[in-house]
Design a protein. Structure first.
Length: 338
């Protein structure tokens, strides 16, 4: 998925202000803001990460929630070919389907309960589109994972995982997307100690989730409010839980349908990042080089392009926005802002 904000300097991709301190001093509520996605036919997404003061949870550095949207009368998600460096994209659906194509030749539909995982490495291009025969409702999340120095300049790779581990705890069913939860491990590639899981909570249930105390964690509701640590967390918002917990208890209201949420976590990521447009790097010059390479390949296609061509898409590639006048600076994963 592409970050298509008009002025994508790092401050412009930040989510809303953190809410006032919770009764639990380690909990921090990141409020989302709406961002258009998809160029002139943009759909709106709710972006909680990066936040103004907290930019990462483990290596998770970006979290968009979209839908549920009725796409039966429109085009749904139409994200043209665009580039990435230095990150993994994690595509997760609650409802609907999305067609992924990339410059490696990958051509995959992702459906609910399945994982599309793309490791950009030194450079990859991809598109994401709602197929013509898609279900009426589209609802899901797009997440980015920052790659560490040892992996961020590597060869791009695409993975599709249709058989993820699923287990139950009282009141909920857990699908392990990446990493491990309670001894259940996903086969998806992770380059840092990381966890991502979907939790499907029964209406009105109170659930205890097991946590790794070495990780920091966050909870991201996708379609219903979740109550935990004294907060009511609305769909699209993200509650940062801090580090050192072995479990967390949460509850959802009575409703006609179960509630979906994502549990995200990992060991704190120690490298400062420069995030601009669809690139995750370490300094200004690296971002400029990636932008120049994308524009050169987009306007003069040919052999040897860094990002390649998205095979089978057929649509015009997205132009990169203009760089800001000031040099882009690397940012720490968190600052108090006070």
């Amino acid at each position: 998925m592409s970050n298509l904000e008009t002025h994508p300097v790092e401050e412009s991709v930040c989510g809303g202000e953190a809410a006032p301190a919770a009764p639990d001093p380690d909990a921090e509520l990141l409020l989302p803001r709406e961002v258009p996605l998809g160029g002139p036919r943009a759909m709106l997404v709710r972006r909680a990460l990066p936040g103004k003061h907290r930019r990462m949870i483990g290596a998770w550095c970006f979290a968009d929630v979209y839908g549920p949207d009725d796409v039966s009368a429109g085009e749904g998600m139409q994200v043209p070919p665009h580039p990435h460096i230095g990150l993994q994209t994690v595509s997760w659906l609650v409802r609907g389907s999305v067609h992924h194509r990339d410059s490696l030749g990958s051509d995959r539909l992702v459906r609910p309960g399945q994982l599309n995982l793309m490791s950009a490495g030194h450079g990859i291009a991809h598109s994401e589109r709602t197929p013509a025969d898609a279900p009426a409702l589209l609802h899901g999340a797009q997440l980015w994972v920052a790659l560490p120095d040892g992996a961020r300049d590597g060869t791009p790779v695409f993975e599709h995982h249709a058989d993820l581990p699923v287990f139950e705890v009282p009141g909920a069913r857990i699908t392990v997307i990446v990493g491990e939860v309670a001894g259940h491990r996903s086969a998806a590639t992770a380059h840092t100690p990381l966890v991502g899981a979907e939790v499907l909570v029964e209406p009105g249930a109170r659930v205890r989730l097991p946590l790794d105390p070495d990780f920091e964690h966050g909870v991201l509701p996708l379609d219903a409010p979740v109550s935990l640590l004294g907060h009511r967390v609305e769909a699209g918002a993200l509650l940062y839980l801090g580090q050192g917990r072995t479990e967390v208890e949460l509850s959802v209201p009575e409703s006609a349908e179960p509630a979906h949420l994502l549990l995200l976590g990992g060991e704190p990521f120690t490298e400062d990042l420069v995030m601009w447009w669809n690139f995750v790097g370490r300094d200004h010059d690296e971002i400029v080089a990636a932008r120049d390479a994308w524009e050169a390949g987009r306007t003069a296609p040919g052999e040897g392009r860094r990002f390649g061509e998205v095979i089978g898409d057929g649509g015009a590639a997205l132009p990169a926005p203009g760089l800001p006048n000031a040099r882009l600076r690397s940012r720490p994963r968190h600052h108090s802002g006070r």
